[in-house]
Design a protein around this ligand. Structure first.
Ligand code: ZN
Ligand code: ZN
Length: 260
């Protein structure tokens, strides 16, 4: 059995197809998924999925790319994190990839928002789901400043260097690999996947985005997470069953979800 540790089932590409997606998950031996929140406005819809299905859980947080949305205070996130089946804070972090003509200095609002999420994670003991793109130095620096060792979490959809992976592991974080791991040109990430100990690896789809080979370019779904697991197993020279079991146990340990 496989777990999709990061998907966006509330996004319009997927929200109307939940029954089909769930049937495909069963057929693909994907028994659980974590539904990720990206705005406070979206939370209710993401939470409804986790309440409706006993193999879905959800997070609470505001994605760094979302600008014209309600800004969360620590208390907002702490309150949401107390609700049933909310098991993580995020996704949060920094994204300097889409600066749209602004300088990194002008992105202070993103850094402040990230600090708010870390404080909420520390206050509640809930793990962080971290998104970092073209911003790894600041992401790590802020994590350390805000007591990252006491916050636990995962660097999701990992696309950074070995050094960044090393630093994340040193902070006690997990590393989650997405369909990018199956892309031919993703040699650096494949190197990282060989290096990260299996007991710190998670797998995810980030659906509806980043469909793995052989579905690259299509609308992704949690049912395709085994393709990420298969690639990870190949890179590590391990049986697929071992990778499926370990990433499932890691998911349970990080998010405090009961064993299946
Ligand atoms: Zn992300
Ligand atoms: Zn995401």
């Amino acid at each position: 059995m496989f777990v999709d540790s990061h998907c966006h089932l509330s996004f319009p590409e997927l929200a109307g197809r939940i029954d089909t997606i769930r049937a495909e998950m069963v057929a693909a031996l994907v028994d659980r998924a974590l539904c990720i929140c990206t705005t406070l406005e979206e939370f209710e819809q993401v939470h409804a999925l986790a309440l409706a299905y006993d193999n879905f859980w959800c997070s609470a947080g505001v994605h760094p790319d979302n600008e014209d949305v309600r800004e969360p205070a620590v208390e907002d996130l702490v309150a949401l994190a107390q609700l049933p089946r909310v098991v993580a804070i995020g996704e949060t972090g920094l994204d300097y990839y889409r600066l749209n003509g602004r300088s990194v200095a002008e992105m202070e609002w993103q850094r402040e928002r990230f600090r708010v999420h870390i404080r909420a994670a520390r206050a509640t003991g809930r793990p962080l789901v971290i998104h970092t793109r073209s911003a790894s130095e600041d992401t790590l620096a802020i994590l350390r400043e805000e007591g990252g060792l006491e916050a636990r979490g995962v660097f999701h959809c990992f696309t950074e260097t070995r050094e960044v992976a090393r630093a994340a592991l040193d902070l006690g974080f997990f590393i989650s690999f997405s369909g990018i791991l199956t892309f031919k040109n993703a040699t650096e990430i494949q190197e990282v996947a060989r290096m990260v100990p299996l007991e710190r690896c998670l797998i995810e789809t980030d659906s509806p985005y980043l469909a793995p080979v052989p579905y690259r370019g299509k609308t992704n779904t949690p049912a395709w997470v085994p393709h990420v697991g298969r690639q990870l197993a190949q890179l590590k020279g391990l049986p697929l069953e071992d990778v499926a079991a370990a990433t499932s146990r890691n998911f349970e340990a990080l998010f405090g979800v009961p064993r299946s």
